[in-house]
Each structure stands twice: as structure tokens, then as C-alpha cells.
Design a protein around this ligand. Structure first.
Ligand code: PLP
Length: 353
């Protein structure tokens, strides 16, 4: 059995759109894509009269190296959000198939499933927000084609041990694709599970440049998976998902100066995370600061609503996560600069006074 047997048969059978850019090879004068022959006005538009490379080779090379996979095991899209959407559309038949998630978790898995009219099956995280592998496997049905694991989890902040992921991968072989979302993995003490892709053809890993690489505005994320899965998804991804200015921004972020700056900011976030956790825990009105391996803290308050309004009145916007199960008294606070974090504390201390 191949992992592709889990995919929608009509997607496996379809002929993808073949763009001008894909069909072209060689040449100096390009009259094949109905582009303008003239560059647009303005520095920012340099090169933008031409369609971009579907999967820019220079960036594929850098990201494959960074993530430790082969080129054919990587697909870049408009954020990892697009990869989630492509997975759901390729593997879930509308009205028949399902995804399995562990709430409270990232909202896009369920949103993408609903757009595709795939069912969303939920197996809650344990009370301490750890992944309950047995509960998850007990919730499996033959309709489930994708199992989403978020590590570290958004919005609760903890990682899933590698051993649990391996156990799940073993148990799901031939049954479902295991999708491990590592959007915040750079902030943790643990490594990626992308090295397991060669072992498990049904394992897919999501990575993004939006968090640790400071490129949320460029919308670049990756799916790392078996080459056959990547080839399947390339059939349904729009022909030119990566705008040229975004690709250039990413290439600049991977320059030696860019890497040094990203490394320094990672260090600051981890240091500030520890400092903020301790400072918040000491405040009256704070019930709990959940342990976090990310660039945010989930914090339980006696009166989360009032705290939210108080911060907002001071111009500070945090995320109200009270609609999530098990987090009905919590706000999610991203780690900012040292000055921004100090300002949050100052406003909260004012409240206590
Ligand atoms: C932010 C986030 C993403 C989305 O990343 P993009 O690459 O910006 O689309 C994916 N998963 C989780 C858990 C996130 O928090």
C-alpha cells in the first residue's frame, strides 16, 4: 500500500494545469506568457513584469538545507496555511472523509476541513495539555484521512514528545496521514521530526517562515513530506504561489546578516519568555501561566475579560482565547521586545494596585 491510496482518486488521476513558466526551457526573449515586456515603475516592482518561478530554486535549496530534507520532499506555499488547505483538499472527499484534531489547537485545521466539507473529529488534549495518544487512536475512524498534531501546540504552548509522534506514526501507517505542525519548533529545546519522513511515507511536517524568521507578511510556509505526496500536491497548488518580492525578502532573511539577526531574536524571545512567565506568575489575579516552548504565553486570569480590556485601553492587543476548550479564563500573550513586555507588566501591576 502507498500513502497515495489514501488520497482522493480524482486528484491522483487529474492532469494539472501546465503554466507557460513550467513549459519553458532556455531562451532569452520571452513571448510565451502574455506578460508585459516592460518593468513596472518603482524599485519594489523590479522583475515583477514576469511571472515568478513556481518553486524558486534558490529558496528550495536554502529551505531543504535548513530543514534537512531533499528538494523533492519540500513544497513551499503561501504560508503553512496553504499547505494545510492543500492536504485537506487532496486527501478528504467532501461529505465522506474526516480530519482528527486535539483541541484546544490551531483553528485552521478545522476551517480548511469545513471548507472542503470534511468532518472534524476531536479528541481533547489531556487536562495538563499533553497529547493523549490513546485517546487519539481511540477516536480514529476509517473516515479519518489526516491527523493533525501541533507541536508545540498553539494556543497552549507545550511540545509533543518525539516518542509519542513515533508511536502515532506506527499506529497510523496505512490508515491516515500524520501531519505534524512545527510552526514554533525553533523556539523549543527539541528538534524537528522531519528526519522521520524517510521512515514513514505517511508523515508530513509543516514549517513556516512566519514566526522565528520574522516573515509573516511574506506568507511563506513549507510542507515537508514523502516525494509522492509533494508531487500530488503540486498538481493542485496554484501555478505561481510565491510572489517575487516575498521570495526576495526570504532570500535576504537567509543571508549571513539575516541569520545572525534571527538567531539573536530567538535568544531574546526565550530569555523574555522565562522572565515574563516568572513576573506574570507573581501578579495577583494571575491563576496560572502555562509552561511554554513558544513565543507566546497562555495565561489564566481571575478576570480575563477585564484584563483584556485594561490592556486594550493601554493600546496593547493580546489574543482572547477564552473560546477554546480548557482555556475559558485565558489570554494568549505574544512575547514582544523587552520594552513591550515590560509595558504589559506595568499595565497589569496598575490593575492590581
Ligand atoms: C502561525 C501558525 C501557522 C501559520 O503559519 P503561516 O505559515 O503564516 O500560514 C501554522 N500553524 C500554527 C500552529 C500557527 O500558530
Amino acid at each position: 500500500m502507498s500513502v497515495l491510496d489514501l488520497a482522493r482518486a480524482e486528484i491522483r488521476a487529474m492532469q494539472p494545469y501546465s503554466s507557460a513558466r513550467m513549459e519553458a526551457s532556455g531562451g532569452q526573449i520571452f513571448l510565451n506568457a502574455n506578460e508585459s515586456a516592460w518593468a513596472p515603475t518603482g524599485e519594489a516592482g523590479h522583475g515583477c513584469n514576469r511571472y515568478p518561478e513556481p518553486q524558486p530554486a534558490a529558496l528550495v535549496k536554502m529551505l531543504a538545507e535548513l530543514y534537512g530534507v531533499r528538494h523533492e520532499q519540500l513544497l513551499m506555499g503561501r504560508g503553512s496555511d496553504e499547505a494545510i488547505d492543500l492536504l485537506v483538499r487532496a486527501f478528504c472527499r467532501a461529505g465522506q472523509d474526516a480530519i482528527l484534531i486535539q483541541p484546544p489547537t490551531f483553528g485552521m485545521y478545522a476551517v480548511c476541513a469545513r471548507i472542503q466539507n470534511a468532518a472534524v473529529i476531536e479528541a481533547a488534549l489531556a487536562a495538563d495539555f499533553s497529547l493523549d495518544v490513546d485517546a487519539l487512536l481511540a477516536a480514529m475512524t476509517p473516515a479519518v484521512k489526516l491527523v493533525f498534531i501541533c507541536t508545540p501546540n498553539n494556543p497552549s504552548g507545550q511540545t509533543v514528545p518525539r516518542a509519542s509522534i513515533e508511536r502515532l506514526a506506527e499506529a497510523l501507517a496505512g490508515r491516515a496521514v500524520l501531519v505534524v505542525d512545527e510552526a514554533y519548533i525553533e523556539f523549543t529545546d527539541e528538534g524537528s521530526v522531519s528526519d522521520l519522513i524517510d521512515r514513514y511515507e505517511h508523515l508530513a511536517v509543516l514549517r513556516t517562515l512566519s514566526k522565528a524568521w520574522a516573515l509573516a507578511g511574506a506568507r511563506i510556509g513549507c510542507l515537508l513530506a514523502n516525494a509522492e505526496v509533494i508531487t500530488l500536491l503540486r498538481k493542485i497548488i496554484p501555478p505561481y504561489p510565491l510572489p517575487l518580492p516575498c521570495v526576495n525578502a526570504a532570500l535576504a532573511a537567509f543571508s549571513p546578516a539575516g541569520k545572525a539577526s534571527a538567531g539573536e531574536h530567538l535568544r531574546v524571545v526565550r530569555e523574555q519568555r522565562q522572565w515574563m512567565s516568572a513576573a506574570l506568575r507573581a501578579l495577583p489575579g494571575v491563576r496560572e501561566v502555562l509552561p511554554s516552548q513558544t513565543n507566546f504565553l497562555a495565561v489564566r486570569f481571575d478576570q480575563a475579560d477585564q484584563v483584556y480590556q485594561r490592556l486594550l485601553a493601554a493600546g496593547i492587543v493580546v489574543r482572547d482565547v477564552r473560546r477554546y476548550p480548557q482555556l475559558a479564563d485565558a489570554l494568549r500573550i505574544t512575547i514582544g521586545t523587552a520594552e513591550e513586555n515590560a509595558r504589559v507588566l506595568q499595565v497589569l501591576q496598575g490593575e492590581a494596585a
